[in-house]
Design a protein around this ligand. Sequence first.
Ligand SMILES: NC(=O)c1ccc[n+]([C@@H]2O[C@H](COP(=O)([O-])OP(=O)(O)OC[C@H]3O[C@@H](n4cnc5c(N)ncnc54)[C@H](O)[C@@H]3O)[C@@H](O)[C@H]2O)c1
Length: 350
Amino acid sequence: MSTLVTGACGFIGSHMVEVLAEAGHEVIAADTPSALEASDDDRSRWPSVSGRVGARQVPLDVTDAASVSRAVKCADLVVHIAAVFDYMASESLLRAVNVEGTRNLFDALLAEGSCKRVVNYGAGGIYGFPVAEEGPFSEDSPKRPHNPYLLSKWDQEVLAHSYRDRGIEVTSVRPVTPYGPRAIYGSGQLLIGLAERPVSFRNLTGNIPFVHVRDLCRATLHLAGHADADGEAYNVTDDGRINAVSLTRLIAQEVGAKARILPPVPLGAVRKALSGVARIDTARARRKGSRPLLEYDQVQYFGRDFIYTNDKLKGTGFEFERPLPEPGLRETVRWYLEHGWISGPRKRRG
Ligand SMILES: NC(=O)c1ccc[n+]([C@@H]2O[C@H](COP(=O)([O-])OP(=O)(O)OC[C@H]3O[C@@H](n4cnc5c(N)ncnc54)[C@H](O)[C@@H]3O)[C@@H](O)[C@H]2O)c1
């Protein structure tokens, strides 16, 4: 089977390419020309991976309809991963790539006609912040995307599924926090940050939902071949329960440092205070085109308790290789150490 992966040089895309190649797919690895030509040291770009597994590399900018038409030729299956995943991105860029780029992709698939099956990457964040009385997030939970990125991902999903009326089978995955080698943004910031400074507050006991990137890609492949998955969306999260305190201890142990667990703090008030600082820092960074120390939209996750169900995914017969996050998180921290992304508090970089 010939499978096109969009966003193939990104964190998740690079693992998707590997998982598909291992399963015997003929992989077409598509990404922007700049991503295909980037070095693996560039922020979260891994062009070498598709070369290593023998995938065919194809330039694709989803905002350019002509390049999309060229890329989709001959694909039997499309795994649509390409997106702007960056809380600092402008609303116009998020809409142009995540929403209008998805429209270009589906329009090209309709025009080309060979591919009738797409797995679309949504986001677990579309349910918004947890409300204790409502219980864990299931696929049917209300959607409350609370920032321009999440809004664009929800609009992308709704748009993608609208093409089912025109004969394309569409399934969406809604990953929570994917982690694993090559994650530099998102989970990477959390793990690298805690490795450099293993500090937490004793009452940061809310769940941090994780999924290993290999399981996410395995779930994607599984759902692509599952007839009942057409028209459906699936939370992709593991079975684990881990909080900031246990995560801090785990990471400290892995880098050979001592975790500092500080006395409890009023979490809501601290989040509010951090938000104030982050708002100014983020606005200043946007003006300068740099990155802030504290991203406003990431601070909003501080001190919350995110629990998702994965019953629907498991109901399709999917089995996790890593149902619990601890072993994979340790492996990932070792990967950061080996690749120089962290040196551990004992031996800091630079
Ligand atoms: N990493 C997470 O925490 C997370 C969580 C939930 C959902 N997701 C979703 O998973 C997908 C992949 O995320 P990731 O972490 O691998 O991000 P990433 O930034 O590492 O990868 C995204 C890829 O898309 C490519 N891309 C960007 N603009 C493009 C364009 N105009 N045309 C073609 N390709 C373009 C980039 O070059 C990059 O290789 C995204 O759809 C994201 O919304 C990610």
